[in-house]
Design a protein around this ligand. Structure first.
Ligand code: 0GY
Length: 308
């Protein structure tokens, strides 16, 4: 049985998240979360850049219920490389309440893709963070994009905003819906109306197939969570960025917890507090409904009545 030692400094997820004050709309989807192993059942990839703590599907589904979500979109994390068995297994065990986002290599077979589709996978993720993955040639990614387009899947991209200058043309070539993780990770020290974030907003303005996840305030924030004084409005410096995106592109945004929060070393967010961030970035019931229900349902469960 494989046994893995967690990367030094890596924090475990919050063991007792608070119950959010914000009441999620019925049918809400946590559209960005992960499963890690457990390593003894689903070994971590030899090429991984970190070794996480185990965080399997039962824990994820318990968190979903605790926070008040109905569904999950489970994103393949880089610690599992292109071995999507943990995600596929979690989706299969969810009774249709979880969809997956896989990572595949150019040599993936049609039978493997079809198996993943049957499990509930509806997208692939292209990751451009060098601290997480080795570089994959863009020609390979474009070839994969064409193949998954044929399955009706979309593409999730993860990059940091300083790389957007170089990646804009590539993103513009992708033939499917493209979902950018964490708003392209803006530097929230810079102004929301500044040149850098403008480039990201321009990408969304110019390409109607580009969506984004207004996620991970805990990664982007410099002010951090509130002090332990009962104050539940956390990560305030991220609000102007996420709110601008939600209000400008209400039909192309998704939200997720990012549980179990890979690679956090300074603080581990309370997932209940993260849910209480939502009404600050989506202040009306209509925006909340789109962000948490209508948009993820249209993208991940289009076959269900009313979401086409
Ligand atoms: C995230 C963020 C991170 C990690 C991964 O797949 C991953 O390893 O996505 C990160 O370290 O920024 O979205 O979970």
């Amino acid at each position: 049985m494989a046994s893995f030692a967690k990367t030094t400094g890596w924090l475990d997820w919050c063991p007792r998240p608070s119950r959010p004050e914000f009441r999620l709309p019925k049918g809400a989807v946590d559209a960005h979360c992960h499963v890690f192993g457990p390593g003894a059942e689903f070994p971590y990839a030899p090429e991984r850049k970190y070794t996480p703590c185990d965080a399997g599907k039962a824990k994820l589904f318990a968190l979903r219920d605790h926070l008040g979500f109905e569904r999950n979109v489970i994103v393949q994390a880089t610690c599992h490389g292109a071995d999507n068995r943990a995600v596929a297994d979690a989706c299969r065990s969810s009774e249709g309440m979880a969809r997956g986002v896989a990572s595949v290599r150019r040599d993936v077979t049609d039978a493997e893709l079809s198996d993943l589709h049957e499990a509930g996978v509806r997208a692939v993720r292209f990751n451009f963070l060098r601290r997480l993955v080795e570089f994959t040639p863009k020609a390979d990614l474009l070839e994969i994009a064409g193949r998954v387009q044929a399955l009706g899947w979309h593409i999730v991209v993860y990059f940091e905003i300083e790389d957007l200058w170089e990646l804009t043309n590539f993103v513009a070539q992708l033939p499917t819906i493209v979902v950018v993780d964490h708003m392209g990770r803006p530097d929230v020290k810079k102004p929301v109306d500044g040149r850098e974030f403008h480039l990201f907003l321009a990408l969304m303005h110019e390409h109607e197939n580009v969506w984004t996840k207004v996620t991970c305030p805990e990664r982007l924030s410099l002010t951090g969570p509130p002090a332990l004084d009962g104050e539940r409005h956390a990560y305030r410096d991220v609000v102007p960025f996420a709110r601008r995106v939600v209000e400008t592109f209400p039909d192309r945004v998704l939200w997720g917890t990012d549980w179990p929060h890979p690679n956090l070393k300074d603080h581990m967010p309370d997932d209940g507090l993260l849910v209480d961030f939502i009404p600050h970035i989506a202040p009306t019931r209509e925006l909340q409904e789109k962000l948490l229900v209508a948009n993820p349902m249209r993208l991940y469960w289009p076959e269900e009545r009313g979401w086409r």
